[in-house]
Write a protein that binds this ligand. Structure first.
Ligand code: AGP
Length: 634
């Protein structure tokens, strides 16, 4: 989703801004822009230069090559359209009426209509359809007032104006502001949307996410909610929303591969599919002990008091992360015996269930920045904190891939799935990492509560240890199988995915992957539901992908698949090889594993199937249209 990168120092910043924005490209965007201040006469007054373009960053960088904006301070933005079309006019930065103030913004200003109406009554003319444009106009008016009251044209005046204006904004925002009359200042502010400050040598940065800082500095400090910072070439001043100066030590970015390269793969998504055995092996090495099934022997950060106390679990997540949560809920209920419910975070937020006692709330998010998930968790914390009864306390756990994210910072207990940065918008290795976290939790609860025999627990643990090797074989095999058959689905308009039990969420995930990157309409159903409606869609033009793994529902799924075949649907199986395999027109074979661990494998051919169809169609696999890697708006 939208990205911000801003810098102030002693170097020319145009190319730095493009470099920073490039590292945020993976988040998804549809236009981009930068503004710099060229210091014309001795630090007193500068000239604002703005360049914007629709589409990919390379359009902007070509534009800049022809006529490079000069300046040692600048703000940059990649925009994912919310208010107004993805075109050059709506691209950020936005300016005030005098053309001296430039603002980039992430988030949504919910009261922008009211604020715009007031501004229009004061004679302000708007040039874009965005919610953002009110901000430079408001800052402009505030500065005008200050100057009329005798304040000078300097960075403190800009800081004060921003401090006042943010109190008027409702919703979520992260902003970066420059003013041509204060060419040695960059002011940034965060209200429920992430921003991090970066400390370089003689230059200072601000970005919406840490990967943008890589290559510039490793020293960073996340802004807390409603904090404002003034960046100058000499340093950074940080203030809370009451204007009190804040002093916090910055942290050091960890990890060497914060910004990955594609190696020899055509797309990041394919590379990330291939990294899944490594994700699984790392997880096993970190979390799966040798001495199972002794109690509490899974090395997860869950205290004994939580394990003792919890009577039920609720999982809040969106998209693929919710599908991982659904696999988790199946395991936690069916294997560990703990009542567990999964919610769309966006729905939970406005329609939460009645409060239940002794409940563990799990937030799942690869980015740790998903606005709906964060808001749902905050809301749940608030309503539990307001009750004076220990049984209703907020016990929370985050399952994330970015410990330095907002979710990582806000929750006391997190499981870092450690999948490494994922660039492809379509989640693959992080989905595997999330599912593995739930396997760990399941083993932990089951062994702590003795809800399964030691042998059953040991069997599950041993089956998990085989997964990395099985994944390696499976990926190799189905990469070529799905590449071979991809061309058959290029003209396909609709696909139905069927699964049952623990593989029902995988049917949903398979359908989501196909929609996201190949733009083919796809729907996942519990196989038993087919005859209750969706079967009406079936004919020879609507293929059905059926996940049929020997276990409690195997025969049932096969019967449901037969029903589809009888309606002339082309049947694609994700199944073990056996006498029943001949019902499938195409078969992605899965090794003969226990049904419990099967989702870790059945998802792989579906990822590759979607990938190869999209790649065959020549689509932008890693940055599909309209999608974002971090969905930071509601
Ligand atoms: C996954 O392929 C999607 N891009 C999307 O559904 C994603 O899972 C969802 O937006 C949640 O993101 P999160 O894991 O970062 O919270």
């Amino acid at each position: 989703m939208c990205g911000i990168f801003a810098v102030i120092g002693s170097r020319e910043v145009s190319s730095l801004l493009i470099d920073g924005l490039r590292k945020l490209e993976y988040r998804g965007y549809d236009s981009a822009g930068i503004a710099t201040i060229e210091n014309l006469n001795n630090d007193q007054i500068g000239q604002l230069n703005v360049k914007k373009s629709k589409g990919k960053l390379k359009n902007l960088s070509n534009l800049i090559k022809q006529n490079t904006p000069k300046g040692h301070v600048g703000v940059g933005h990649t925009r994912w359209a919310t208010h107004g079309k993805p075109d050059e006019i709506n691209a950020h930065p936005h300016l005030d009426s005098s053309g001296q103030i430039a603002v980039v913004q992430n988030g949504i200003i919910e009261n922008y209509r009211d604020l715009a109406r007031d501004l229009k009554l004061k004679g302000i003319k708007f040039t874009s359809e965005t919610d953002t444009e009110i901000i430079p106009h408001l800052i402009g008016l505030e500065i005008e007032n200050s100057l009329a009251n005798g304040l000078s044209q300097n960075e403190q005046t800009l800081l004060r104006a921003v401090q006042k204006v943010v109190t008027l904004l409702e919703g979520t925002y992260a902003i970066a502001v420059i003013w041509s009359k204060a060419p040695n200042a960059l002011v940034v502010a965060s209200g429920h949307a992430p921003l991090v400050l970066g400390f370089g040598e003689g230059e200072f940065f601000c970005a919406s996410d840490t990967p943008a800082l890589v290559g510039f500095t490793r020293t960073f400090l996340p802004l807390r909610d409603h904090e404002i910072a003034l960046l100058t070439p000499l340093g950074i001043e940080l203030y809370d929303d009451d204007g009190n100066r804040q002093h916090r030590a910055p942290s050091l970015l960890e990890g060497t591969e914060l910004f990955a390269d594609k190696r020899n793969f055509r797309h990041f998504m394919l590379k990330e599919i291939y990294e899944q055995p490594e994700t699984a092996q790392l997880w096993i090495d970190r979390f799966l002990p040798i001495d199972l099934p002794s109690q509490n022997s899974v090395a997860l950060p869950i205290s004994k008091s939580i394990l003792d106390k919890i009577e039920q679990i609720q999982i809040l997540a969106c998209g693929t992360s919710r599908h991982a949560g659904m696999v988790g809920a199946y395991l936690l209920e069916q294997f560990a015996g703990i009542p567990t419910k999964v919610y769309f975070a966006s729905e939970f937020r406005y329609a939460p269930p009645p409060l239940s006692p002794n409940t563990l709330t799990i937030g799942v998010s690869q980015s740790g920045e998903t606005a709906d998930t964060l808001a749902a968790l905050r809301m749940e914390k608030e309503r539990r904190d307001s009750i004076d009864d220990d049984n209703f306390s907020f016990h929370q756990l985050g399952i994330i891939n970015r410990v330095e994210s907002s979710l990582g910072r806000e929750l006391d207990n997190v499981i870092d799935i450690g999948s490494g940065i994922e660039i492809g918008v379509a989640a693959t290795k992080t989905f595997l990492g999330q599912m593995l976290a739930f396997y760990g939790l399941t083993l932990l609860f089951a062994s702590h509560r003795q809800s399964r025999t030691p042998q059953e627990i040991l069997n599950l643990s041993n089956d998990l240890k085989l997964i990395p090797k099985q994944l390696t074989d499976l990926i190799k095999k189905h990469d070529s199988v799905s590449k071979e058959i991809a061309h058959m689905f290029v003209e396909t308009k609709d696909v139905i995915f069927l699964g049952r039990g623990i593989n029902y969420p995988i049917a949903l995930e398979g359908a989501l992957k196909l929609k996201e990157i190949s733009y083919i309409h796809a729907q996942g159903y519990p196989a038993g539901e087919l005859k209750h409606g969706p079967i009406a869609l079936l004919d020879q033009h609507v293929p059905v992908v059926s996940i049929a793994i020997p276990g409690v529902v195997y025969e049932k799924v096969l019967s449901n698949s037969q029903e589809a075949k009888a309606r002339d649907a082309r049947l694609i199986g994700v199944s073990t090889y056996g006498p029943e395999s001949d019902i499938f027109d195409e078969l992605f074979t899965i090794p003969d594993v226990s049904e419990w661990v099967s989702p870790l494998l059945t998802v792989v051919p579906l990822q590759l199937f979607s990938y190869h169809i999209a790649a065959h169609k020549g689509l932008d696999v890693d940055q599909p249209r309209n999608l974002a890697k971090s969905v930071t708006v509601e």
